[in-house]
Design a binder for this molecule. Structure first.
Ligand code: NAD
Length: 482
């Protein structure tokens, strides 16, 4: 696929960067350049802010149902162009085409549809003071908000933020990751086709420490919805504090799965393969610390290693491929250095632990074999650091209490998974885990109405359903005295 350069989307138009400064975007499965993207600066941001300011009165005055109809129109266009979008996401991320076809792109359309339906929500609450008066609440838009997203689920996470922000009447300055800009650029084309009013959504491309930094510092931006690494999240929180901007921070994880001997072994095994290696382990929700009850440790280890060895690492275009490339050369080197560190810490490598050479057009690509480690304690560096790759660590435990203490021994607190057939234990354990999400006998079962987010260094705030709508709005209580 040969592609024209990516453009910014400002005031309803696709524009080149003012400074004519560009970056390359690379296909990590082949290590070939795909195209260039704007390395935008604060002057591009000024254009976008001015466009958003002009659009605010029109967009805010529009009935919510009408704003929702634009979201539905965009969802329809995503579905119409799903094959192109799936291919763009595949070449930009290196993940298997069948994953972008079945997960990334359908979910991007679903995000717009889901939030469009939220226009029917019961937003206002009433607090009746009987003969003295009545209170009711009103949700108002914030004005201009920023949506900043990472590379692991590019269009999926980008639209997860933009859709609720737009529904609530905000104008948006959105920045996709510079590592994976292709589908955000295509979304701009679809917004033009959907006749989205100019300036309502503005998409700026470029580096985090340049255009990203300019966005988070801009005085006219009232709220920042960010998904990405914990260090970037802390930096954004500090910067936002100066102007008391609202922040929603969805950050890193080091998620534990606790596997009790009484689990449904076959279901647990198949799901744990997915929770460990889906998207090459590059999902914030992937489990990378597996705690296994001692009595089934050997059985689990042998079955898990055998099942992971059957995963097919290869060309993302092949339909049988389950594991594609990791997202970039930089990230590939980071994963490999974590594996070396694990070995230095005394890890026994049960599977993988090295690169995978894929012949043919992918011979220069960045592929890592699914890697299973054992013999590392919970407080080892490997088990405390987010690797964000296809690397998991097996740790045996003897008692329920020990498993809970070990699982909670992390600076992160995004999600955890519990495998048991004992309903009482399921309740007991899941209530004691310090994570924003606990799955019992499941993983990644998502209802978009539920609160999504992490505790501790995994983030601040919740996305999803009414939580996102509340974040992207301000509440006023109106009290009428009699
Ligand atoms: P990252 O923090 O490097 O970048 C994320 C985004 O922030 C990018 O668009 C980047 O350009 C931008 N950015 C970087 N510096 C910035 C700055 N100073 N100001 C403003 N924007 C800036 O993260 P990444 O490497 O793209 O993504 C991987 C991380 O994302 C992992 O830690 C993963 O766990 C996390 N993640 C979390 C969730 C969640 O929901 N909790 C979901 C997906 C990914």
């Amino acid at each position: 696929m040969s592609l024209k350069s990516i453009a910014n989307y400002i005031n309803g138009e696709r524009l080149p960067p003012i400074a004519n400064d560009y970056l390359d975007t690379i296909n990590p499965a082949t290590n070939e350049k795909i195209t260039t993207l704007p390395n935008s600066n604060k002057y591009d941001l000024d254009l976008a802010i001015n466009a958003a300011k002009k659009a605010i009165p029109i967009w805010q005055a529009m009935p919510m149902s009408e704003r929702a109809s634009y979201l539905l129109a965009i969802a329809k266009l995503i579905k119409k162009h799903k094959d192109t979008l799936a291919e763009l996401e595949c070449i930009d991320t290196g993940k298997p085409l069948q994953t972008t076809q079945s997960v990334d792109i359908p979910r991007a359309a679903e995000n717009f549809e889901f939030f469009a339906k939220c226009a029917n929500s019961d937003f206002s609450k009433v607090y009746d003071m009987q003969d003295k008066g009545i209170n009711f609440t009103q949700q108002k838009s914030l004005g201009i908000v920023a949506c900043i997203s990472p590379w692991n689920l590019p269009l999926y996470l980008f639209t997860w933020k933009i859709a609720p922000a737009l529904l609530m009447g905000n104008c948006v300055i959105a920045k996709p990751s510079e590592v994976t800009p292709l589908t955000a650029d295509y979304l701009a084309k679809l917004c033009i086709e959907a006749d989205l009013p100019a300036g309502v959504l503005n998409i700026l491309h470029g580096k985090g420490n340049k255009i990203g930094q300019a966005i988070i510092e801009h005085k006219d931006i009232k709220a920042i919805s960010f998904t990405g690494g914990t260090e970037t999240g802390k930096h954004i929180a500090q910067s936002a504090a100066k102007d008391l901007k609202k922040v929603s921070l969805e950050l890193g994880g080091k998620n534990a799965s606790i596997i009790f001997a009484d689990c449904d072994f076959e279901k647990m095994l198949a799901t744990t393969i997915k929770s460990s290696f889906s998207n090459q382990g590059q999902i914030c929700l992937c489990t990378s610390r597996l705690y296994i009850e001692n009595s089934i440790y050997e059985q689990f280890k042998n079955s898990f290693v055998a099942a992971a060895a059957d995963l097919i690492v290869g060309d993302p275009y092949n339909q049988e491929t389950t594991q594609g490339a990791v997202v970039s050369e930089l990230h590939y080197n980071k994963i490999l250095s974590h594996i070396e560190q694990a070995k230095a810490e005394g890890a026994v490598v049960l599977l993988g632990g090295e690169v995978k050479k894929v012949p043919g057009r992918c011979k220069h690509g960045f592929f890592v074999k699914p890697t299973i480690l054992e013999n590392l304690k919970t407080d080892s560096k490997t088990n405390q650091t987010e690797i964000f790759g296809p690397v998991v660590s097996l740790i045996p435990f003897n008692s329920e209490n020990e498993a809970i203490v070990e699982a909670n021994n992390s600076t992160y607190g995004l999600c955890s998974v519990v495998w048991t057939q004992d309903i009482n234990r399921a309740h007991r354990v899941s209530r004691k885990l310090d994570t924003g999400i606990v799955w019992v006998n499941q993983w990644m079962l998502r209802d978009l109405r539920t609160p999504f987010g992490g505790q501790k260094h995994s983030g601040v705030g919740r996305e999803g359903g009414k939580y996102a709508l509340e974040f992207f709005s301000e509440t006023t209580n109106i009290c009428i005295g009699f």
